[in-house]
Write a protein that binds this ligand. Structure first.
Ligand code: GDP
Ligand code: GDP
Length: 437
């Protein structure tokens, strides 16, 4: 996840308005669990070539002062434990309240940078006169904004990214295979990482790119350099299950972004959860290769059909990533753990596979003869030019008469033809459809 900024403040100061103003629609995962984490959401922000994750702690309903205070405190505690910068939001219309002052006192004692933001400054001229009131909180210059009207949001973003160190994340050479190990808490990620690394692997160097959120281990497998990005190794102190899950998701996002291959670890002894699908969905959207690792297979009562049945279920649940191979392992007994490394090599071949232009053209012509593209509004799809423009993941560009008539279903058909012919196992395939002018 990299660098994180968390918005805290009492209810109604405008946290979600600010969050939405900054993130727009690019919210990656919404945590819609009831209870403490209700509404707690986060999204990726890019500002002046720097990236960070913005968290909105939200989710506190107005009510009794004492209850609100204890809930805000809980959010503050979590934020202090898990974030790099705190965006402390107060209400410029209502002015400071006792809760604001109490929160400020706690924040002052922590060592985290705090940016004091006064929201609802809709009328800058009259309201900035009262800004001196906020200096007494002890966080230096407050930033006066209007989240609703989008005033001074850029200043706030400048302040946030000002705290991001230049080289937050280690870069590896292009030929190093980067493997993210992700999954819900307790599925066995740590055990699996240990089990993979324990097997006579030569560990080249420990923790070169270790960030606050993941431990990287560089090792060699059959002459190839690989790095395991382990998000499980670091654990938050939080005792609340939803909180642990929330932060484990945040870390998964960061690890996925940095990876080539995602090992999507699920637990054979528990049902496939929404959370599993969200994480896998992210890997798919980010264009990462994926292997679904079903762990704790030792603990499942099985006969000769169990594996097939389970595979079918997984293919159904992870329909958007049907290409992902499934492997059944036990980190405990190490059964089939070596198979994971074989699969990584296998899917990397497809992840970096290139199709020659001439062969691609032949394949498309043939596919379009077998099932001609549909006629829509009197027009039939024409593909004037097609070529592969990238790898990791394989990305194809089509120059067509009208992108609108290249329906999703037909695109899917062409994708399947590509897969039939070349395999492309474990990797998503991206298409860029351009209109011929
Ligand atoms: P949260 O509980 O802190 O997440 O607060 P919300 O984002 O839900 O906002 C609470 C209320 O304040 C809503 O009615 C918003 O429309 C309003 N609000 C948010 N930002 C501004 C602002 O810049 N100016 C004004 N006048 N109202 C705002
Ligand atoms: P993480 O939170 O995903 O890193 O999960 P851990 O590696 O900490 O494992 C969570 C629990 O599952 C621990 O009690 C492990 O002993 C157990 N566990 C991990 N892998 C296996 C496995 O393959 N089989 C069984 N039966 N238990 C496992």
């Amino acid at each position: 996840m990299g660098f994180t900024a968390t918005i805290i403040g009492r209810p109604n100061v405008g946290k979600s308005t600010l969050f939405n103003r900054i993130i727009g629609k690019r919210v990656s995962i919404v945590d819609d669990k009831p209870g403490v984490t209700r509404d707690r959401i986060y999204g990726q922000v890019e500002w002046r070539d720097k990236k960070f994750t913005l968290v909105d702690t939200g989710g506190i309903e107005p009510g009794n002062e004492d209850i609100i205070f204890s809930k805000v405190l809980h959010q503050v505690e979590l934020a202090l434990e898990s974030t790099d910068v705190i965006v402390f939001l107060v209400d410029g219309k209502e002015g400071l309240t006792p809760i604001d002052e109490d929160v400020a006192q706690i924040l002052r004692k922590s060592k985290k940078p705090v940016i004091l933001v006064v929201n609802k400054v809709d009328n800058f001229e009259t309201q900035s006169e009262t800004a001196f009131e906020y200096y007494k909180l002890g966080f230096g210059d407050p930033i006066l904004i209007s989240a609703a009207h989008g005033v001074n949001i850029g200043d706030l973003l400048d302040r946030i990214v000002g705290y991001i160190p230049d080289e937050e994340i280690a870069e590896y050479d292009e030929d190093v295979i980067k493997i993210a190990v992700v999954g819900r808490p307790n599925v066995g990620k740590s055990s699996l990482v240990n089990s993979i690394l324990g097997e006579e692997r030569v560990i080249v160097s420990d923790i070169p790119g270790t960030t606050r959120d993941a431990i990287d281990t560089l090792f060699e497998y059959q002459g190839k350099k690989m790095v395991l990005i382990d998000t499980a190794g670091l654990r938050r102190k939080s005792r609340v299950k939803e909180d642990i899950e929330f932060y484990s998701n945040l870390r998964a996002i960061g690890a996925i972004e940095r990876s080539d291959v995602v090992l999507m670890v699920i637990d054979a002894t528990s049902k496939i959860a929404e959370q599993d699908k969200k994480i896998a969905g992210l890997a798919h959207e980010e264009g990462k290769a994926m292997i679904i690792v079903v762990n704790k297979w030792d603990a499942v009562e099985k006969d000769d059909k169990t594996m097939n049945k389970y595979t079918e279920e997984i293919k159904e649940e992870f329909k958007f990533a049907e290409y992902a191979p499934v492997v059944f392992v036990s980190a405990l007994t190490k059964k089939r753990v070596p198979k994971i490394l074989e699969l990584i090599e296998f899917v990397m071949n497809y992840y970096t596979f290139r199709v020659e232009k001439k062969i691609l053209r032949e394949l498309l012509d043939e596919a379009m003869t077998i099932v001609p593209p549909p006629v829509i509004k009197g027009k039939r799809l024409k593909i004037y030019d097609a070529e592969q423009i990238g790898i990791k993941p394989p990305t194809f560009s089509f120059l067509v008469n009208d992108p609108e008539i290249l329906h999703f279903s037909y695109q899917r058909y062409l994708e399947n033809k590509l897969r039939e012919k070349f395999g492309f196992e474990g990797t998503p395939i991206f298409f860029k459809i351009k209109k011929k002018e």
